[in-house]
Design a protein around this ligand. Structure first.
Ligand SMILES: Cc1cc2nc3c(=O)[nH]c(=O)nc-3n(C[C@H](O)[C@H](O)[C@H](O)COP(=O)(O)O)c2cc1C
Ligand code: SF4
Length: 769
């Protein structure tokens, strides 16, 4: 074999050309360099592996134990030896809050102990004195609240000018229980006057803000406390409104505490004018705070709706709550919420109702003609067939998901959008402007979720049963009355932790004064509606009842209500058929009879026509037709309202789009045309009031115009007195309980927004008016 040194030859070629002797020969000649090269390669490989060793063994064989987790340090800013002695880590540690914990008490022996801290600031000593007096009063009240399993330690009153923020306002301090075996749970109260000059409040706010933004600390580092509440003092003399700075620093403290505690606002921010209602407001706030502390003592939780309570329906996120509720209004001022589609149409519902029976059977229900409830007819006992909204039915699930509480088997209650808005001082519904109804004291309910129409503008036909006769179990009125009240109050209480809720309105809301029987369904469908009304009135709760002009016998048999509405959704037969999609074949005749009954009742009841305007359905060229209907029924009032579109499947199924929603100026034009048409007929009516915010205008009979002034408000006290004196069928007229003059700001041309409140847009931003 020849190896050509001058040409580069491949190892393969060389080996291929070798005989076995050649190989031996080659080995003898080159074995030393070969062996040395192999050794060098092995040594370099070993060296390389050692240098690049990354403990890959973790991947292959997981460790069977974890190193002990470093214990939490309570106070990162503290310089105490206990803190500095802790082992340090390279990266900054995060101090964590304890959101969602039910009880922070570690003690296993003895009762739980709760320590209330009352923080205050004071420049001119007023709050200093109030805080110390209040501290003593609180101590007495808490003694009474103390239960076997819970002990309230005497409250500690702390001046924010002296208190160590690091100790109390970074993380919850560890306060040993009396037997030293555990830790007390903490509750914070703040009494904060506001100053538009530099003061201790600025330090406090700066501290809260810094703590929230400190990257080493959990953003909710104070979530270890049970809850907090703030009360602010200010002076309306110098700072008349909140926009002008009234109690502005208390609001700020409340806001930052909400962030730091993970929204554990146990009771809404209270505010009081030091030269006016200050002490009264403080008392109201104190009552609320005591209620919550009582609840904490009994249950260890802040109650439903408050974050940290662990309840499924904890209040919304601070930021989210500032947004619009996501509620949609269709048809009228009453809140009708539909966020999610559940059932597409009423036809589905029939099938669902059938299939929802536990036994899967579909018995032929015996229809009970509820129209036998008329005065002259004998009441037929109602045959129990099945429940209208059984607990396991999709209807039930759908309604409860939308925020309804179902009471018994056919009644519902829901806190309306305006009630929430009024609680937050963001405006009441048009019924406040027109009739003096306090929205935050109004309960919206129905004793019958079922209805006999499928109105295009009403989303409700998508989720609740329909029928022309009552075919269901009938719940007794006392069960419904107790149930709706209980659920209404429960829902109001859930607003406690919502930002912006005003303490005084919250306190007032715990007394229902009005009931709007118009939520969903047809209230007079319920066979015991008169008994139910009697219960409302016996507690001096006013009744605004809305019916759909399809049940003349029930209408005729109805006793006194504070205000009686009939929905007038169209001015002629064809239009009514298209818009209301009634189930009754003789719907037009029923409608006409209802108008006749209303005419007869006009000197006994405050009768109202409610018109809901839907562009393309019932506005165009119908002013004259509506005027004819007014001439027939001669109602005391005509409420005209533009439909509000929600964009849900149900409304779009009904062929409704945003294009069907009239602008406010279009509603105004219509109202003026109707007013002219009424005058043309010699009818004595006039445009009395408006609530532009909800696109609603009121035409009133001149019976309610005294000396050139409209008197659309109601004297509720008088109404109840008359009712008590004369009974539900007694002889008294709407004029007998006519209230004071309609406030100037609510009259036609003045917008109608309650000047006490602040107007906000859908994102909660203040609207300048
Ligand atoms: C210098 C000064 C500035 C004030 N600024 C405001 C203010 O901006 N907004 C407000 O509502 N009240 C304001 N007030 C009213 C105080 O909040 C109110 O008088 C309070 O009760 C004072 O409490 P104190 O006596 O404990 O300091 C101010 C009072 C003072 C003396
Ligand atoms: S009347 Fe009552 S229930 Fe109806 S919208 Fe007004 S506040 Fe709500």
């Amino acid at each position: 074999m020849q190896v050509m040194a001058s040409e580069p030859v491949g190892l393969g070629q060389i080996l291929a050309g070798l005989e076995s002797e050649d190989v031996v020969q080659l080995w003898h000649s080159y074995r030393m360099p070969i062996l040395l090269s192999i050794l060098a390669v092995l040594l370099s490989l070993r060296l390389y592996l050692r240098l690049t060793d990354k403990k890959e063994d973790l991947k292959a064989i997981p460790k069977i134990y974890e190193p002990p987790v470093e214990k939490q340090v309570p106070n990162v800013r503290s310089t105490s030896p206990a803190t500095t002695a802790k082992p340090k880590t390279q990266a900054p540690r995060r101090i964590k809050g304890e959101l969602g914990r039910k009880s922070s008490q570690d003690s296993v022996n003895g009762p739980r102990e709760i320590q209330v801290y009352l923080f205050f600031s004071s420049l001119t000593a007023t709050t200093d004195k109030i805080a110390h007096d209040y501290g003593k009063k609180l101590e007495e009240s808490l003694k009474a609240t103390t239960e076997d399993k819970v002990h309230f330690l005497p409250p500690k009153v702390l001046d924010l000018a002296e208190a160590d923020y690091d100790e109390y306002l970074i993380t919850a301090p560890k306060v040993p229980t009396r037997n030293g075996e555990g830790q007390a749970e903490l509750f914070y109260l703040f009494l904060i006057p506001s100053y538009n000059i530099d003061s201790i409040n600025d330090n406090l706010l700066e501290h809260l803000k810094e703590t929230h933004h400190d990257f080493r600390i959990d953003t909710t580092s104070l979530s270890g406390i049970l809850g907090y509440s703030v009360f602010g003092f200010g002076s309306r003399e110098g700072w008349p409104t909140e926009e002008e700075g009234y109690c502005f620093q208390a609001k700020e403290v409340d806001r930052w505490m909400a962030k730091l505690t993970g929204r554990k606002r146990a009771f809404p921010l209270g505010m009081g004018d030091v030269k006016g209602d200050g002490m009264k407001r403080l008392d109201e706030w104190n009552e609320g705070v005591l209620d919550v502390l009582g609840l904490l003592a009994r249950t260890g939780s802040l109650g439903e709706g408050v974050v940290g309570s662990g309840a499924p329906d904890e209040s919304d996120d601070e930021a989210e709550v500032d947004d619009d509720d996501g509620e949609v209004i269709l048809g009228d001022g009453e809140t009708q919420v539909l966020k999610k589609k559940s059932i597409d149409d009423v036809e589905d519902l029939g099938a669902i109702m059938k299939s929802s029976r536990p036994d899967g059977e579909t018995p032929a229900p015996i229809a009970v003609d509820f129209t036998t409830y008329g005065k002259e007819k004998k009441r037929t006992p109602v045959v129990t067939v099945k429940e209208m909204v059984p607990k396991n039915s999709p209807t039930y699930n759908s309604l409860t998901k939308q925020g309804y509480s179902i009471v018994g088997s056919h009644s519902g209650v829901k806190i309306c959008r305006w009630t929430k808005s009024a609680l937050r001082g963001r405006g009441s519904c048009y019924k406040f402007s027109f009739y003096g109804i306090n929205s935050h004291q109004c309960m919206e309910t129905t004793p019958s979720l079922s209805c006999s129409n499928k109105c295009v503008f009403c989303w409700r036909h998508g989720t609740n049963p329909v029928g022309t006769s009552w075919r269901w179990v009938v719940d007794p009125p006392d069960l419904i009355f107790a149930g709706v009240k209980e659920n209404h109050y429960k829902k109001i209480k859930m607003m406690r932790g919502v930002p912006g809720v005003r303490a005084e309105r919250f306190a007032e809301a715990m007394r229902i004064r009005h009931c709007a029987l118009s939520l969903v369904g047809e209230p007079i469908f319920y066979p015991h509606i008169n008994e139910f009304l009697g219960m409302l009135h016996s507690e001096r709760i006013s009744s605004f009842l809305v019916c759909n002009a399809q049940h003349p016998d029930q209408l005729a048999a109805l006793g006194h209500v504070t205000q009686l509405y009939v929905s007038i959704d169209a001015s002629n037969r064809e239009s009514l058929r298209k818009i209301d999609r009634p189930l009754h074949r003789d719907f037009w005749e029923r409608f006409q009879r209802c108008l006749d009954i209303l005419r007869e009742k006009r000197f006994k009841q405050r009768t109202v026509f409610r018109l809901t305007l839907v562009k393309g359905f019932n506005i165009e060229d119908e002013a004259e037709g509506y005027a004819d209907l007014v001439e027939k029924g001669l109602p005391c009032f005509v409420e005209i309202k533009g439909v509000t579109y929600c964009g849900t499947s149900t409304s779009s199924n009904a062929g409704l789009t945003m294009g069907n929603v009239p602008f406010y100026h279009e509603v105004c034009d219509f109202v003026e045309a109707l007013n002219k048409a009424l005058a043309k007929r010699g009818l004595k009516y006039g445009i009395a009031a408006e609530h532009a915010h909800s696109c609603c205008i009121l035409i009133a009979s001149e019976r309610f115009n005294v000396d050139g002034k409209w008197h659309t408000l109601i004297d509720y006290g008088k109404f109840f007195n008359l009712l008590e004196e004369k009974g539900p069928d007694g002889d008294f007229t709407p004029e007998d309980y006519m209230g004071a003059a309609t406030p100037e700001w609510a009259t036609w041309g003045n917008g109608g927004f309650d000047p006490r409140d602040q107007r906000v847009d859908r994102k909660g931003r203040v609207i300048e008016i």
